[in-house]
Design a protein around this ligand. Structure first.
Ligand SMILES: Cc1cc2nc3c(=O)[nH]c(=O)nc-3n(C[C@H](O)[C@H](O)[C@H](O)COP(=O)(O)OP(=O)(O)OC[C@H]3O[C@@H](n4cnc5c(N)ncnc54)[C@H](O)[C@@H]3O)c2cc1C
Length: 320
């Protein structure tokens, strides 16, 4: 059996878990074994359409929110009972964190950010390294095989699924395993889309010049129903909150349109925005990597280009 850890929040399955299930299902089909999932805290619907035949639902009073060591403990106990050949999770912060705990608990290696798997006694895996700028071919050993699937690489597919059996279980959890958990949540400003979900992201870098300089980016993002992001320079200088950072050590985004304003396009930033369908760079330097790699570029001062763009957009909206 292949076991996949599905992340849910309020009963809604995380998109990257669905991408991971596509690879998990293909692996289960290739090795002729069933695909089971483990869900923690709350049952989710619709998994049959992703090839899942059974859901192991971990139920415990202390599992009302994310707790990495406790989540790993649930999976450890399930592995002992069900003996899966491989355990997969999405290569999200949570997925990688839980699988790292799991690897440590089982004394088994874990391959993070995998994009393809050829099964065998050992698995041949391809995985993203250096924020996606390098593809590594590696052999994955161990029993069970532990791996996470790189987000935004594999398209989530649905199949004609059958009935899904729900198998609740109550894990034994120690107080130690619950030391790290979510103690509170802050909601984003109401009405604003989040960076990860936005179809348009307007991002600013050092070229914006100041925290106040972001007002024009906010205005454009509002007009397009998008979100504002930033480079690490913009967040390190305190112009934007760290949650707005796009890149290797920030959020990876995949909007329809990414507008990079005053951002040079260093590799650590590029890996966070390269999955956008279209990229528009606004930069004074025609040789900036962001300009040379973008689909469209405007060479000029963003503080002149953006107001002109906003004025033109407003005029078009009004004349509709
Ligand atoms: C381990 C590691 C992880 C990292 N992770 C990240 C990450 O997650 N995200 C990230 O962004 N960076 C990350 N970085 C930093 C990254 O290497 C770059 O330093 C950073 O992305 C540069 O930010 P920037 O493009 O805003 O600034 P700069 O590189 O200084 O570029 C500024 C750009 O603005 C242009 N410009 C200046 N004035 C104007 C103007 N008036 N109008 C238009 N254009 C103008 C310039 O021509 C230039 O191209 C990481 C670095 C390391 C080592």
């Amino acid at each position: 059996m292949i076991l996949a850890l599905v992340e849910q929040d309020g009963g809604k399955v995380n998109l990257h878990s669905l991408e991971m299930l596509t690879l998990a299902r293909r692996l289960a089909e290739e090795t002729a074994v069933p695909l089971h999932v483990v869900v923690i805290g709350q049952v989710v619907d619709g998994l049959g359409a992703h090839g899942v035949t059974a859901v192991h639902l971990a139920e415990h009073d202390a599992l009302d929110d994310y707790a990495p060591a406790a989540w790993a403990e649930c999976v450890v106990q399930l592995i002992a009972a069900e003996r899966p050949t491989a355990v997969l999770a999405a290569g999200t912060e949570r997925g990688n964190e839980v699988m790292a705990y799991l690897g440590a608990r089982l004394g088994v290696v874990m391959a993070a950010n995998v994009t393809a798997v050829s099964p065998g006694d050992d698995y041949r895996v391809t995985r993203l390294r250096w924020g996606g700028s390098l593809l590594e071919e590696a052999w994955l050993k161990g029993e069970p095989k532990l791996l996470t699937v790189a987000p935004l690489v594999i398209q989530a597919e649905t199949v004609e699924g059958g009935a899904v059996e729900i198998r609740p279980f109550t894990p034994q959890l120690s107080a130690d395993g619950l030391r790290v958990k979510v103690y509170g949540r802050t909601q984003p400003e109401s009405g604003k889309v989040t960076l990860a979900d936005a179809r348009v992201v307007v991002s600013g870098g050092r070229g914006v010049g100041s925290a106040e300089g972001f007002a024009v980016l906010e205005e454009l993002a509002d007009l397009l129903g998008g979100a504002v992001g930033g480079s690490r320079v913009a967040t390190n200088l305190g112009w934007r909150s760290h949650t707005a950072q796009v890149g290797q050590t920030g959020t990876r985004v995949a909007p329809d349109l990414y507008i990079a304003c005053g951002i040079s396009g260093a590799i650590q930033h590029w890996v966070g925005c390269k999955s956008a369908r279209h990229i528009l760079a606004i930069n004074t330097d025609p040789d900036a990597p962001m300009v040379t790699k973008a689909d469209y570029a405007v060479i000029g001062d963003l503080h002149e280009v953006l107001p002109a763009l906003i004025a033109e957009l407003r005029q078009r909206i009004q004349s509709k």
